[in-house]
Design a protein around this ligand. Structure first.
Ligand SMILES: [Zn+2]
Length: 85
């Protein structure tokens, strides 16, 4: 069986009331999905909930954790699963 595995990250994902934009970290950030920091120079997703205001603070996750982030939020962008820290 052949499987196509892509490591390419999608630039923008709009789903479940969430807009996730791929960005390159200019400095170190905290990740909301895991205890490890998002290191400067690496790619991460900046996440806004569509219901939030323009001055809302974004959430950030490592690039490879965006699937996990969506899996843990419902269609309104509310977290359903709380990660253990
Ligand atoms: Zn992470």
């Amino acid at each position: 069986m052949n499987m196509i595995i892509t490591t390419e990250l999608i630039k923008e994902i709009r789903q479940q009331g969430i807009i996730a934009t791929l960005r390159k970290a200019g400095r170190k950030f905290d990740c909301v999905e895991c205890p490890k920091p998002i290191e400067a120079g690496t790619y991460y997703y900046q996440i806004y909930h569509t219901g939030s205001g323009v001055d809302a603070h974004p959430q950030r996750v490592h690039g490879d954790e965006i699937g996990k982030f969506f899996a843990e939020h419902d269609e309104n962008g509310c977290r359903q699963v709380f990660p253990l820290r």
